[in-house]
Design a protein around this ligand. Structure first.
Ligand SMILES: Cc1ncc(COP(=O)(O)O)c(C=O)c1O
Length: 404
C-alpha cells in the first residue's frame, strides 16, 4: 500500500462515521466501464456504483452537460421556476405513462415521497387508510418510512419503533398477498426485481395477483424501480414486463448517471389529491441534477441504449449459465438485461476481494449472492472480458475453499 492510500484510509478511520465496510481500493479516475485506482491499476466495473453510473465513467456527453450547467447555474431552489424540471418530468411521463413527477435526491427519498403521497391520497378522499403491504426480502432505503417497508431485521431492529401498520408477505405468494391486503391498505409497495434482496424477479403471475388485489381493495400500487428501472432490464421499467400498472413509481440511482437525484412519479388521480406545501425538498430537481438526467435519458432513449440492453442481456445470461454449469458453488442465476445475481451455495463475501484481485468489480448481497449491475453502456466484448475475470475469481475462491 502506498503512503497516499494509507493516508486516505487513516483519515477516514479518524473522521468519517464508520457505517461502511469498504474494500481497500481507492479509485481516482474512470473511463467508460473501467476504473483506475490510486496505484494506476485498471478494473472492469460490473457494478457501476450500485447501478448508478448508467453511462459509465467520464462519459463525454454527460461530463460536458454537467460542466456547462455548473458554469451556468447549479441551484436556485424550488421557490422559483427553471427551464429543466418540467422538461425532465415530461420525458419521464412519456417513458412511464405516469404524468406527474416530484423530484428529490435519492431512492429512499423517492420511496418516502411515494408512501406519503399514498397516505395523502386516502386522507384527501376522507377515508384514511393506515396500512401498507410490503414484501419479504425487500429493500427500499434507510429513512424511517422507507426502512419501515424494508424487511431485513438487521437494518430495522436498532431503530424501532418504525411505522406501524406495515404487513410483510412473501414475494410471489398470491394467497399471502390476498390475506394481508384489505380496504385498510393504503398501498402495496414492491420492487419488480428485488435487488438488495438477492436479485429476485417477481413472477408475471404475482404481478397479476398484485393488480387484482389492488382492484379489489382499492389499494394503490407503488412500484419501486430505483434499481430495476430506467432501461436496466432492456425495457424502460420492469413493472410493465410483469403487467403491473403502478399508481406511483420511485426512481433514483441511474437517473442522472451519478449526480444525486430521485423522483416519485404518479398518476393524475394521485396528483390531484396533493396540495401546495404538502411535500418539498430544497435541492430536489435542481438544474444540475435535471441537466444530467436529461442527458442520461437522451442516451438511453434517443441514443438507442435501452434497445440494445435486451440483446446484451441474453448474451450475459448465456455466459452466466455456462459459468454456473462450470462452477459447483453457483446454485442459481437470476436476473434480466443488465441486473444479475449468481446465488451461491455459500457466503459470497470472499468473491468480492477475489474479483478485485482479478481486476473486476462486483458486490455481494443477501449473503450468498454475487450481484452484477454493469454500466448500461457496456459492450458485448467488455462484458465477456469482465465475466472471464469473474470466472477466474470464482475458481480462486473455490480452490481456496473460501479462505480468500
Ligand atoms: C429498490 C431500491 N429502493 C430504494 C433504494 C434506496 O436508494 P438510495 O440508497 O438512493 O436512498 C435502493 C437502494 O439500493 C433500492 O435498491
Amino acid at each position: 500500500m502506498t503512503t497516499e492510500v494509507a493516508d486516505v484510509q487513516s483519515l477516514e478511520a479518524r473522521y468519517v462515521l464508520q457505517t461502511y465496510r469498504r474494500s481497500p481500493v481507492t479509485f481516482v479516475r474512470g473511463e467508460g466501464v473501467r476504473l483506475y485506482d490510486s496505484e494506476g491499476r485498471e478494473y472492469l466495473d460490473l457494478l457501476s456504483g450500485i447501478g448508478v453510473a448508467s453511462l459509465g465513467h467520464a462519459h463525454p456527453a454527460l461530463s460536458r452537460a454537467i460542466a456547462e450547467q455548473a458554469q451556468t447555474l447549479i441551484h436556485t431552489s424550488n421557490l422559483f421556476f427553471h427551464p429543466l424540471q418540467g422538461q425532465l418530468a415530461e420525458r419521464l411521463a412519456s417513458l412511464s405513462g405516469l404524468p406527474r413527477a416530484f423530484f428529490c435526491n435519492s431512492g429512499a427519498e423517492a420511496v418516502e415521497a411515494c408512501l406519503k403521497f399514498a397516505r395523502r391520497y386516502w386522507y384527501t378522499r376522507g377515508e384514511p387508510r393506515p396500512e401498507i403491504v410490503a414484501l419479504e426480502e425487500s429493500f427500499h432505503g434507510r429513512t424511517f418510512g422507507s426502512l419501515s417497508v424494508t424487511s431485513d431485521e438487521h437494518y430495522r431492529t436498532p431503530f424501532g419503533p418504525l411505522l406501524s401498520g406495515v404487513r410483510f408477505v412473501p414475494a410471489n405468494d398470491p394467497a399471502a398477498l390476498r390475506a394481508a391486503a384489505s380496504t385498510s391498505t393504503a398501498a402495496i409497495i414492491a420492487e419488480p426485481i428485488q435487488g438488495e434482496g438477492g436479485v429476485r424477479p417477481l413472477t408475471p403471475s404475482f404481478g397479476a395477483a398484485i393488480m387484482e388485489v389492488c382492484r379489489q381493495t382499492g389499494a394503490l400500487l407503488i412500484a419501486d424501480e430505483v434499481q430495476s428501472g430506467l432501461g436496466r432490464t432492456g425495457v424502460p421499467f420492469y413493472s410493465s414486463t410483469l403487467g403491473m400498472k403502478p399508481d406511483l413509481m420511485s426512481l433514483g440511482k441511474a437517473l442522472a448517471g451519478g449526480v444525486p437525484i430521485g423522483a416519485a412519479l404518479m398518476s393524475d388521480e394521485v396528483a390531484r389529491t396533493i396540495s401546495f406545501g404538502d411535500h418539498g425538498s430544497t435541492y430536489g430537481g435542481n438544474l444540475l441534477a435535471c441537466r444530467a438526467a436529461l442527458c442520461v435519458l437522451d442516451q438511453l432513449v434517443e441514443g438507442g441504449l435501452i434497445a440494445q440492453i435486451g440483446r446484451i442481456g441474453r448474451r450475459v445470461e448465456e455466459r452466466l449459465q455456462a459459468m454456473a454449469a462450470a462452477h459447483p458453488s453457483v446454485k442459481q442465476v437470476r436476473g434480466a438485461g443488465l441486473i444479475w445475481g449468481l446465488d451461491l451455495n455459500r457466503d459470497a463475501t470472499p468473491v468480492v476481494p477475489a474479483a478485485l484481485s482479478r481486476s473486476v468489480i462486483v458486490n455481494r448481497t443477501a449473503e450468498t449472492v454475487v450481484r452484477l449491475l454493469p454500466p448500461l453502456v457496456i459492450s458485448g466484448d467488455e462484458l465477456d472480458e469482465g465475466l472471464e475475470r469473474l470466472d477466474a475469481a470464482l475458481s480462486l475462491v473455490e480452490a481456496e475453499g473460501g479462505s480468500h
